[in-house]
Design a protein around this ligand. Structure first.
Ligand SMILES: NC(=O)c1ccc[n+]([C@@H]2O[C@H](COP(=O)([O-])OP(=O)(O)OC[C@H]3O[C@@H](n4cnc5c(N)ncnc54)[C@H](O)[C@@H]3O)[C@@H](O)[C@H]2O)c1
Length: 318
């Protein structure tokens, strides 16, 4: 059995990824790391957990050697909205942190490095409808620039050193848990607020269309890609998507279950970020090279999110 190492495990994706990995690969083969103290969920699951700041390259190497790691899943990152508030911090964590992980993978001759990219790697000069896998990438946020760096450096190390780098351009990831400071977070907060207060003031305009996927599809795409045979891959970075919707379409779908729900709109700086991103993605390269096939359409997502948030808050919406 291979041994897996996850950075940024305490984040929105990590909190679902780690339990899924324990089940799939066995508790003894998964090492979770994060900047904070171990959380109660990980404690309960008896996860192997270490505090690690990805800027600390000695600490990183020591853990990789100590646990004889084969595959890294590098999730530690500053997200889009937080990055625009502090571009210097985003540079340190997203560029230097990734470089540490990439170099450690090369030096220690590890089997694979998986590092998520994002739809933020695209920008206003990209064709924004049904965005192809291979197209213009001129992002205008520090977060997006860092994701282009991740993709290009991963590709470069693959060609130069044979490093087995793989990446997914996740769209907004939807789960009934608190998101980490991204531009697609509105979709999650809208459901929380619909259940708590029956109203939500959205920080995007009502007509901005963005791509999304449910967390279960995000985890499925991650496992499918890291387990795909190398000789099948023509690309190193892939578009993946599950659905696309606007804030208004989401509000209308929530209203079918909570008729009193009202979404109002007060666009802030995140509206311009969202407008520079794809509205929908062409994920045919992922479908062709490693059989990607999402399972969650829009309607099923709305019910799943309402049920999940309702359970989390202990407030019924029915
Ligand atoms: N959630 C989404 O919608 C989404 C969409 C596209 C791409 N992604 C990518 O997926 C990955 C995981 O995203 P997420 O949603 O879980 O993000 P998140 O912000 O919820 O979690 C990121 C984690 O990284 C940690 N972190 C920050 N700086 C660190 C450092 N110096 N050292 C170690 N850890 C540090 C944070 O504490 C946090 O726990 C990121 O690469 C992100 O860019 C996420």
């Amino acid at each position: 059995m291979k041994r897996y190492f996850v950075t940024g495990s305490y984040g929105q994706i990590g909190m679902d990824l780690i339990p899924a990995m324990l089940e799939r690969y066995g508790k003894e083969n998964v090492v979770a790391t994060g900047r904070k103290k171990i959380n109660p969920t990980f404690k309960e699951l008896d996860v192997i957990y270490h505090r690690l700041d990805v800027r600390d390259h000695y600490g990183l190497r020591n853990l990789l050697v100590e646990y004889d790691i084969d595959i890294i899943l590098h999730n530690a990152s500053v997200l889009s909205a937080t990055g625009e508030k502090n571009p210097q911090l985003a540079h340190e964590i997203n560029f230097e942190g990734f470089y540490n992980v990439l170099e450690a993978t090369r030096e220690l001759n590890l089997e694979q490095l998986f590092a998520p990219s994002s739809i933020a790697a695209f920008g206003p000069t990209t064709p924004l409808v049904n965005t192809p896998n291979d197209t213009i990438m001129q992002p205008t946020t520090i977060y997006g620039i860092s994701k282009v760096y991740v993709e290009l450096m991963g590709e470069y190390y693959n060609k130069k050193y044979g490093l087995n780098f793989r990446s997914l351009r996740y769209p907004g990831v939807l789960a009934p848990s608190e998101p980490g400071g991204g531009t697609t977070d509105f979709a999650i907060w809208a459901v929380f607020e619909a259940i708590k207060n029956k109203k939500y003031e959205c920080f995007l305009s009502k007509d901005v269309r963005l791509p999304f996927m449910m967390m279960s599809d995000c985890l499925k795409s991650t496992f499918d890609l890291i387990e795909a045979p190398d000789d099948k891959l023509k690309h190193r970075s892939f578009n993946v998507t599950g659905m696309s919707f606007t804030p208004e379409e989401l509000a209308n779908a929530i209203k079918e279950y909570i008729p009193e729900f009202e979404m109002t709109y007060k666009p802030d700086f995140r509206d311009a970020i969202a407008r520079s991103w794809p509205q929908s993605l062409d994920d045919s390269a992922a479908r062709e090279e490693w059989d990607w096939n999402p399972e969650f359409p829009f309607d099923k997502m709305v019910i799943e999110m309402l049920d999940g948030v309702s359970e989390k808050l202990g407030i019924s919406y029915k």
